[in-house]
Design a protein around this ligand. Structure first.
Ligand code: KIV
Length: 275
């Protein structure tokens, strides 16, 4: 307990947006995972994850809430700062939590907090047509942005639950159009949650920026999972896209390495993880 965390050597170049763009063009899959503290940060870095997200999922897996709605800016800043101390190579992404981007000016002020106080390199916001102007404003202020489409957990009270999105033709076309508009507005990365694989494939091939999926099928440029799902720490009902990587692993680090390997060699997600 009284030892220092064992930080990785810093000889490997850090992942940047340019790295992700190159990976997309070379069809080299991008392995992303959530993380909320320095100790796990050291492990996900050692496992060679490319992107680490300090997600508002921390409200559910760390704080025990039923949704991500109660998560505050202070929560994300605290966990982002802790995570940033554990990682060297992965790109550090942080969520703008519920109601932290009601106007473009507030979105900018909160993004600056995530970067200056939390050490984030890119901010993620749950997006739709109402966020085009915000994304454009952030991009104009040199903030790297990930636009999150599909299932948007911050909206569950409005949309009526955690459900697969984009199954109907109209909804699918609208999501594709929104993804293109968000890219045009300056989004550097798009994240798709819980949508049919076919729509994941269409959006990924329509965009020039890297597209990361969670329950969005095998054809997105990368995959992301919640750390506690990968390590089978989460109890209760698991979403279809979750795979327990602890099952055949001797340690947390082995499980994280198995996850990164499965994303890279495309064995995850398998058909049983897709919609
Ligand atoms: O908060 C989070 O962990 C996320 C992922 C599920 C993508 O947004």
């Amino acid at each position: 307990m009284y030892t220092q965390l064992e930080f990785r050597d810093s000889t490997r170049p850090p992942v940047s947006l340019a790295t992700l763009q190159k990976m997309k063009s070379e069809q080299d899959k991008i392995a992303c995972i959530t993380c909320y503290d320095a100790s796990f940060g050291v492990l996900v870095d050692a496992a060679d994850a490319d992107v680490v997200l300090v997600g508002d999922s921390l409200g559910m897996v760390l704080q025990g809430h039923d949704t991500t709605v109660p998560v505050t800016m202070d929560d994300i800043v605290y966990h982002c700062r802790a995570t940033s101390r554990g990682i060297h190579r992965p790109l550090l992404m942080a969520d703008l939590p519920f109601a932290s981007f009601p106007t473009k000016e507030i979105a900018l002020a909160n993004s600056v907090r995530l970067m200056q106080e939390g050490g984030a390199e890119i901010v993620k916001l749950e997006s739709g047509s109402s966020q085009f102007e915000i994304v454009e404003f952030l991009a104009r202020h040199d903030i790297a942005v990930c636009a999150h489409l599909g299932l948007k957990p911050q909206s569950v009270h409005k949309t009526g639950g955690f459900r697969v999105q984009g199954r109907q033709t109209d909804a699918a076309e609208q999501m594709l159009a929104n993804a293109k508009s968000l890219e045009a507005a300056g989004a550097d990365v798009v994240l798709l949650e819980c949508i049919p694989s076919e729509l994941g494939q269409r959006i990924t091939s329509a965009l020039s920026v890297p597209v990361i999926g969670i329950g969005a099928g095998p054809d997105t440029d990368g995959q992301i999972l919640v750390l506690y799902d990968v390590l089978d720490i989460t109890t209760g009902r698991k979403p279809r896209f979750v795979r327990n990587f602890m099952q055949d692993a001797g340690s947390n680090l082995d499980a994280l390495r198995a996850y990164v390997k499965a994303v890279k060699d495309k064995s995850y997600p398998a058909p049983e993880h897709c919609f």
